[in-house]
Design a protein. Structure first.
Length: 515
């Protein structure tokens, strides 16, 4: 008789999909529903995940793991008794995927405790629970009479599971809100870490992803650095089974630098380091971030659009060769970490104006993430505002967060227009919370309309535009905010080529100049 019945195979197929699913996409829910059938409990849609959900057990997951544990025990008993036909490779793959998923769930609490301890400054220490992990590994994956198709190393899988838990934790903690734009952002960040094919990442790509740079774009104040931290703190770090330690401490692996806040010479020294005597004031050797950033670490360059042209050339060489030279040194050093950059500028316009190198841009843009504005989130889901206010209040006044959040919400309802656009995005909302806490009110800056925008409004009021001209102006206005044709097309529900053909370069320049 075959090793699996038809219903068991269908269940394990759903579990296999679940094991490699992006947890922030609906594919996870579809896999859970297929696994449980009528027992699936309908809950919140995927875009309604909240920070507090991480601490709450998910009923569907508990049901799946309970049924899975029982099934894998039955399969091992069948193999021990004999009588089954040789297992087909497809069934062996399903068994292996199911065992790995069960390992992931069985040690969830230990991984989570390790992450929280490290973030509290206690350090992960020697991971003694690896011994328990190995015991389960042997029980589930070293089964007499069962030769599994993928030759996996226990310490590598352990490192992958630790990475998965870190990514889940940081994406949940840093990217909040129940709007669809926020959900899409969480899913995009997960893909930036693991790609869209988690199985291939586990088998091959984990060694190569640090060489893939990430570019984060979006309006100012939309949390680009938080996205960068979520990615940077979730990189793959090898685990040594002999010392029971990871190769590096993930909490010290993220190195941010705002290139617009420092002179070019200081940015160069911070990144590349220098040798004693390289310039006046260089009284000793100094190691830069490229040298200090080890494998599993990340350098984050904010405001990359303001990087000095000479440094753009040097950065391009780092990305092309993965090597660099400290100032005053002729020896090549290897850069082993990952590079993340961010900007609120339109790099396409900067390249057109020859302010940003085109070859550098194409080294940065293989992985692009766009952060949504607060106005976009609220347009999709107005209920996001109370969630974000409470989230901010918890960081500012933890013990009195709910009372402060109620006070802020009351003031926003009475003190601001219902369609207030929050031009400063999340950063402005945070200042609103702080201002209400201190002064009992928040008075936003009353910015006059930009002349180009006022011209558009005047033209609409007087019927001065044809439908085609009005569409061109609207496409240009939205593109000036997003800096991205694809995102503009998504917002306006138009074809990307249509948007590109409608953008008025002269009006676009006026809008940018007035910022």
């Amino acid at each position: 008789m075959p090793l699996l019945t038809g219903s068991e195979r269908a269940f394990l197929k759903a579990v296999s999909r679940l094991a490699y699913a992006n947890p922030f996409l609906s594919e996870r829910l579809h896999a859970e529903r297929d696994a449980l059938g009528e027992e699936f409990l309908e809950g919140e849609p995927i875009w309604s995940l909240r920070v507090d959900d991480e601490d709450r057990p998910h009923a569907n997951v508990l049901r799946i793991t309970g049924r899975l544990e029982s099934l894998l025990v039955d399969i091992r008993e069948r193999l021990a008794l004999g009588g089954s036909a040789p297992a087909a490779e497809r069934d062996l793959i399903l068994y292996q995927d199911a065992a790995l998923y069960l390992l992931h769930r069985a040690h969830h609490a230990f991984f989570r405790t390790t992450i929280l301890s490290a973030l509290e400054g206690k350090g992960p220490g020697r991971l003694g629970f690896y011994t328990n992990f190995l015991r389960d590994w042997e029980r589930l994956l070293h089964v007499p009479g069962l030769t599994l198709p993928a030759a996996l190393d226990a310490s590598h899988v352990f490192a992958c599971l630790f990475q998965i838990h870190r990514a889940y934790h940081h994406i949940f903690r840093f990217i909040v809100g129940s709007s669809k734009p926020a959900a899409r952002l969480r899913a995009a960040v997960w893909q930036s870490i693991f790609t869209h094919d988690a199985r291939r990442f586990r088998d091959i790509l984990y060694e190569w992803m640090s060489g893939m740079s990430t570019l984060i774009t979006g309006p100012s104040g939309t949390g680009k650095e938080l996205v960068a931290r979520a990615i940077g703190l979730s990189q793959y770090i090898p685990f040594d089974p002999d010392t029971k330690d990871f190769a590096t401490d993930f909490t010290a692996s993220f190195h941010p630098l705002n290139v617009a806040a420092l002179p070019a010479t200081l940015v160069e020294s911070e990144l590349f380091g220098h040798r004693k005597g390289a310039f006046t004031g260089a009284i000793k050797d100094r190691r830069g971030w490229f040298e200090l950033c080890v494998a599993g670490g990340t350098i984050f360059l904010d405001e990359i659009g303001d990087l000095d042209p000479a440094l753009q050339v040097k950065l391009l060489r780092v990305l092309q060769t993965r090597t660099f030279q400290p100032v005053g040194d002729t020896t090549n050093h290897e850069f082993a970490g990952k590079l993340i950059t961010a900007t609120n500028q339109d790099l396409g316009a900067a390249m057109h104006a020859r302010l940003f190198r085109e070859d550098l841009y194409y080294r940065l843009c293989s992985d692009v993430i766009v952060t949504p504005s607060l106005e976009e989130q609220l347009r999709d889901s107005p209920s996001v505002l109370p969630e974000l206010v409470l989230f901010i209040a918890k960081r500012i006044a933890a013990s009195d967060a709910e009372a402060l959040a109620d006070e802020v919400e009351q003031w926003i309802r009475t003190g601001l227009h219902p369609d207030y656009p929050w031009p400063g995005n999340i950063r402005e909302l945070e200042q609103c919370v702080r201002s209400v806490m201190i002064h009992g009110e928040y008075q936003p800056a009353r910015m006059p309309l930009r002349p180009a925008l006022q011209d558009t409004l005047d033209g609409i009021e007087h019927g001065a535009f044809t439908a085609d001209k009005l569409l061109s102006r609207y496409c240009t206005l939205v593109y000036s905010q997003t800096g991205n044709y694809q995102e503009t097309a998504r917002r306006l529900q138009l074809d990307r080529r249509t948007v590109k053909s409608k953008v008025d370069e002269e009006l676009l320049a006026r809008l940018r100049e007035a910022r």
